[in-house]
Design a protein around this ligand. Structure first.
Ligand code: NAD
Length: 364
């Protein structure tokens, strides 16, 4: 099959990690008989330098005309002096809104090979951690009415959800659970918030269509506790924009490795937007130090969710596992220089890590 992918390398380490992601996609294509064509477009600081705008109209148009979009990262100190609406990060909101991607999928996946990086005790995380958080991305308090009273003494932000907004993201929660361990937890604050009660009502009306999914509900304060007490109880969590923002960051910290975490933002029918969760890491940009695995795992999500290529996605994930099994590490996931030898770890840069995953794809 043939697929058109728009790449947005962006700033800092973005170009290096997107390059490795594309090399891995090409290796998957060679193994499974697919052709991926790439169109690279500008966003973020690179676009500001070239056009004066963080998200040029032709970038959004190219994204909307693609089969899927792979984004590196945007931003850096060079552009921090610009006013808010001219900053590189503005491109992210413009892309999410322009592409109408309303569900953000963030796996909190801890590889057993990296369990030493997890801040929780080993008896809590056991042999690993694999949770998928589905966060509503274009509604709720971040988009509701907000303001200040004329005397400036009070302010408000409004949490509002329609049944339609809830149903479409809960559906993604159910369908993701079907592809995984068939457990869905709706996280809310239904003992207090009317919007949460509507989330439950909508979910209850939908659950009959997913008889094999074990459905549960949990208050957000409890969920925040349970994520550090017993994270293994979760498979898929679906939740509102604000609760998802907080819980997905909490869950990613549990894995301990920002350079390993992928994300996907999906809408109804158009292309999905795929990006590693980390930023542009200006401190290590251009030094061949960036860990490309978050982007490579993001490419696996792209294959799974936009192209329904499950075997191909699994092949990437298995290749990453085998590279880690063999002891290869970029600096961010390696032990200290003293420990590395004892642990059998071998330190590599961005490009070599990409080479290793490509080689593993060819041999496994
Ligand atoms: P960051 O994620 O870029 O970096 C945080 C720390 O993690 C740094 O020490 C960095 O070196 C390290 N790190 C991040 N990714 C890594 C990787 N792949 N391999 C090895 N180490 C890695 O966050 P920050 O420093 O807060 O932000 C830097 C810039 O990125 C800012 O301009 C910020 O606005 C932007 N940002 C962009 C996005 C995005 O494009 N989606 C997300 C977050 C931050």
């Amino acid at each position: 099959m043939k697929f058109n992918i728009v790449t947005i390398p962006g700033d800092g380490i973005g170009p290096d990690i997107v390059r490795e992601g594309c090399r891995v996609l090409d290796a998957v294509g060679a193994r499974f008989g697919h052709t991926f064509t790439y169109k690279s477009v500008l966003a973020g600081g690179a676009a500001i330098d070239a056009t004066g705008e963080p998200l040029p109209a032709e970038t959004l148009a190219a994204c909307l005309a693609s089969d899927a979009v792979l984004l590196g990262a945007v931003g850096g100190p060079k552009w921090d002096v610009l006013p808010g609406n001219k900053r590189p990060e503005k491109a992210l909101l413009g892309l999410r809104g322009g592409m109408k991607v309303y569900a953000n999928l963030r796996p909190a996946l801890m590889f057993r090979q990296l369990s030493a990086a997890c801040p929780l005790k080993s008896e809590i995380v056991g042999n690993g951690l694999d949770i998928l958080i589905v966060r509503e991305l274009t509604g709720g308090m971040y988009f509701g009415d907000r303001g200040r009273s004329s005397d400036g003494n009070s302010a408000w932000d409004t949490e509002a959800y329609s049944k339609e907004e809830i149903a479409r993201v809960v559906k993604i929660g159910f369908e993701s659970a079907l592809k995984r361990n068939k457990k869905l937890c709706v996280v809310d604050k239904a003992n207090i918030l009317e919007t949460s009660r509507l989330w439950r009502e909508v979910t209850e009306a939908m659950k009959g269509s997913y008889p094999t999914v074990e459905l549960s509900y949990m208050y957000v304060d409890n969920a925040a506790m349970q994520l550090v007490r017993n994270p293994g109880q979760f498979d898929v969590i679906v939740t509102s924009n604000m609760f998802g923002d907080i819980l997905s960051d909490e869950a990613s910290q549990i894995t301990g490795s920002i350079g390993m975490l992928a994300s996907a933002s999906l809408g109804d029918s158009g292309p999905g937007l795929y990006e590693p969760i980390h930023g542009s890491a200006p401190d290590i940009a251009g030094k061949d130090l960036a860990n490309p695995l978050a982007t490579i795992l993001t490419c696996a999500m792209l294959l799974r969710y936009s192209f329904s290529l499950e075997n191909e996605a699994r092949a990437i994930e298995q290749a990453v596992e085998s590279v880690l099994d063999d002891g290869w590490r970029t600096g961010d996931i390696a032990g200290s220089a003293k420990d590395r030898e004892a642990l059998g770890e071998k330190l590599v840069g961005t490009r070599k890590m990409g080479d290793l995953v490509v080689a593993a794809l060819a041999t496994h």
